[in-house]
Design a binder for this molecule. Structure first.
Ligand code: NDP
Ligand code: 8X3
Length: 250
């Protein structure tokens, strides 16, 4: 058992739900944020007093502030912030993309992440805590149809490294976790609910699981305090890199 507290955004599914379960099972106090209240309620019923949940849209700064203000006293000393809530929308090439989807990705993956981090920095500095930002291989390796999603994750990776600079000497750790293909609700969301497309992508590929990433975050959070993993890139063995493309004349 520990007296430590972790805040996980996007705790209703995928990496976030697995991470909330992993830490709650180990006796951490877990703050779980997401929009879907029913999913969060399941977590609350599983873990009782170890879990505090708040259902709101992370893009809504007012709702975020209300959720933070409403934290019970025993959940206020946050040691680890996992900025996980995020999404990709669409797979089309840039000229065919929906601008509203681009905005939603920017607002969620970038603006909300930076806003929550800003709100929690004083606590994390006081606690000599840790920030784990869920980026992606898409932030490093461009692919067709990645456009704003990939760019939003490049922000997350670079923001993590820049936070390391600004938090120099505070004892606060910052890590950018950069997974490759993982089977969660990610593709269902990206394709607007196309279960067949999601199944097809993961079929036979032995993708990363939510549990794999939860265990990575567990390892990061429990490292000796003198160590910082700056970036960690995780891929399934079955996934690697494609080459450049060339458009030829004629
Ligand atoms: P899921 O779709 O399974 O989970 C996404 C989580 O983000 C959900 O809990 C969802 O909760 C939450 N979320 C999305 N939008 C909002 C919002 N506006 N407000 C609050 N919560 C929100 O996908 P993953 O677990 O795969 O994704 C988690 C993170 O990992 C994302 O940042 C994603 O980009 C990243 N990632 C995923 C990879 C993959 O292949 N799966 C690989 C690399 C990175 P709710 O809908 O209830 O609000
Ligand atoms: C999710 C991984 O390769 O689908 O960030 O963009 S990928």
């Amino acid at each position: 058992m520990t007296s430590k507290t972790i805040l996980v955004t996007g705790a209703s599914a995928g990496f976030g739900a697995a991470t909330a379960r992993c830490f709650a099972q180990a006796g951490w106090r877990v703050i779980a944020f997401a929009r879907r209240a029913d999913r969060l309620q399941q977590l609350a019923e599983e873990f009782g007093a170890n879990i505090h949940t708040a259902a709101f849209d992370i893009r809504d700064e007012g709702a975020m502030q209300i959720a933070l203000d409403a934290l019970p006293a025993e959940f206020r000393a946050i040691d680890v912030l996992v900025n996980n809530a995020g999404l990709a929308l669409g797979t089309a090439k840039a000229p065919h993309c929906d601008l509203a989807q681009w905005r939603q990705m920017i607002d969620t993956n970038i603006t909300a992440l930076a806003t929550l981090t800003h709100h929690l920095l004083p606590t994390l500095i006081e606690r000599r805590g840790a920030i784990v930002n869920i980026s992606s291989v898409a932030g490093t390796y461009p692919y067709t149809g990645g456009n704003v999603y990939g760019a939003s994750k490049a922000f997350v990776t670079q923001f993590s490294l820049d936070l390391r600079c600004d938090l120099h000497g505070t004892g606060v750790r910052v890590t950018s976790v950069e997974p490759g293909m993982a089977q969660t609700e990610f593709t269902l969301v990206r394709t607007g609910g196309d279960q067949a497309a999601s199944d097809k992508l993961y079929q036979g590929a032995m993708p990363i699981t939510g549990h794999d990433i939860a265990e990575t975050i567990w390892w990061l959070a429990n490292l000796p305090p003198h160590l910082n993993i700056n970036r960690i890139e995780v891929m399934p063995v079955t996934q690697s890199f494609a080459g450049f493309q060339v458009a030829r004349a004629g």
